[in-house]
Design a protein around this ligand. Structure first.
Ligand SMILES: NC(=O)c1ccc[n+]([C@@H]2O[C@H](COP(=O)([O-])OP(=O)(O)OC[C@H]3O[C@@H](n4cnc5c(N)ncnc54)[C@H](O)[C@@H]3O)[C@@H](O)[C@H]2O)c1
Ligand SMILES: O=P(O)(O)OC[C@@H](O)[C@@H](O)[C@H](O)[C@H](O)CO
Length: 375
């Protein structure tokens, strides 16, 4: 199927090795999902690279899966084109009014799920991601077309509900019509999700497809939990994709354990001068600290609330040790303060409330500021 059915805010390595790879695999399995158009929000430059490569790139899946070594590579060809929001807004508005469009997928990081002060209704484009989305959906509504499914991948609790509330706030600030507000809530489907797969750039020693500037490296593990609401068209149906009544327990377990451990690890690894997660965990002192954090402070706050947090934490340690990944600490340190708020502080507060004392390792991790680590 050659129609462009998916509008994707963001084309970073995570979306390439996760949603795009799934769309590719589903298309190859005859599921007829359609093609993706990537929208570049920042000046990261990947749109030019994607277009120069005719939308094609490779995903290497590398690691150990149930004791077996996995080292595969797959070409992804489902990205039709990439558009730059600042320069090609009118083309993007036209695409939003395509009858073929069914899904809007996003990964705009922690920075994307906020409104900008004084965003102008007639700006082309508006400044914030929610205001841009509102403008595109309004164009679609005014064209008399059916709603779409909005599937955010940002690691925020109830990410779709949050995005909808931001879109509605912006719509009220712009005094949009009631009919549009109803259409957004009743004709569009807002799907809360939880994503999980560690994705890194090409490691220095990986020599396949040297001409591919967009090659991403992923671990074999992948989980995409999506709220099970009716969708406007075929969506990838693959083993890593779970349609569930409620994504909350998946979010809580993954973000508090895996992302919490990553963010906390910086406090031990950066001052020691390590560059990657794998290097840091080869240091037995750092590994022991991380295990204590996980099993003495994080897992106890999740017992009885999510399924088997201890086993999940053990699996996370194995995933972190994946010798084929080159996971840079500087990538994990981006937007650090916002990550601490979501990934560590709630555990800290819940630990104090549940056990009546301060968790010492979490306290250390929360006090750490990566900017100061190199000074
Ligand atoms: N890499 C992973 O292992 C992984 C796994 C799960 C989730 N994630 C999510 O991916 C994000 C990081 O992405 P990546 O690993 O692909 O890194 P990346 O640097 O390759 O891509 C970052 C993406 O975020 C977008 N972005 C950054 N700032 C933005 C802003 N202010 N407004 C709109 N968009 C913005 C960029 O355009 C790009 O698409 C994290 O926030 C996390 O939520 C990453
Ligand atoms: O991608 P970030 O910057 O939000 O967080 C860094 C890592 O914790 C994250 O990328 C994990 O590897 C990922 O969330 C695993 O699913």
């Amino acid at each position: 199927m050659s129609e462009e059915t998916i509008l994707q805010f963001g084309g970073g390595r995570f979306l390439r090795a996760f949603t795009d790879l799934f769309v590719q695999q589903a298309n190859e399995a005859g599921q007829e999902i359609g093609q993706v158009v990537v929208l570049q929000s920042t000046d990261s430059g990947y749109a030019e690279k994607l277009n120069a490569q005719q939308g094609r790139f490779h995903v290497a899946v590398r690691g150990i899966d149930r004791g077996e070594r996995v080292d595969t590579i797959q070409e992804v060809t489902c990205v039709q084109r990439a558009l730059i929001i600042q320069r090609q807004w009118e083309e993007i508005v036209a695409l939003a009014c395509s009858p073929h469009l069914r899904f809007v997928i996003s990964n705009t990081t922690e920075a994307g799920l906020t409104l900008a002060a004084d965003d102008a209704r007639d700006a082309r484009p508006p400044a914030s991601f929610p205001a841009r989305l509102l403008t595109l959906l309004r164009a679609r509504f005014e064209a008399g077309l059916r709603g779409v499914a909005i599937i955010p991948c940002e690691l925020r609790e109830r990410n779709a509900d949050l995005l909808l509330s931001l879109v509605l706030s912006q719509a009220k600030a712009w005094q949009e019509r009631e009919a549009l507000l109803r259409w957004l809530q009743e004709e569009c489907v807002w799907i809360n999700t939880l994503v999980d797969r560690i994705v890194t750039d090409r490691p220095p020693n990986y020599t396949l497809f040297p001409e591919d500037l967009l090659l991403a490296v992923a671990e074999p593990y992948a989980l995409w939990a999506l709220e099970n609401k009716p969708l406007p068209g075929p969506f990838p149906d693959l083993p890593p994709i779970l349609r569930v009544p409620n994504v909350e327990p998946y979010f809580l377990r993954k973000v508090r354990i895996l992302n919490g451990a990553h963010t906390a690890l910086l406090s031990q690894a950066m001052p020691r001068g390590y560059q990657t997660v794998q290097e840091a965990l080869a240091d037995s002192e750092v590994l022991t600290w991380l295990k204590r954090l996980l099993f003495e402070e994080i897992v106890p706050t999740l017992e009885g609330r999510v399924e088997d947090p201890k086993t999940f934490a053990e699996q996370v340690l194995e995933r972190f040790a994946n010798p084929f990944l080159h996971h840079r600490l500087t990538d994990i340190a981006k937007n650090h303060r916002q990550k601490v708020q979501v990934r560590l502080l709630p555990t800290y507060e819940e630990y104090k409330a549940r056990f009546g004392k301060t968790p010492p390792l979490l306290e250390q991790a929360i006090a750490f500021h990566p900017e100061g680590a190199f000074s």
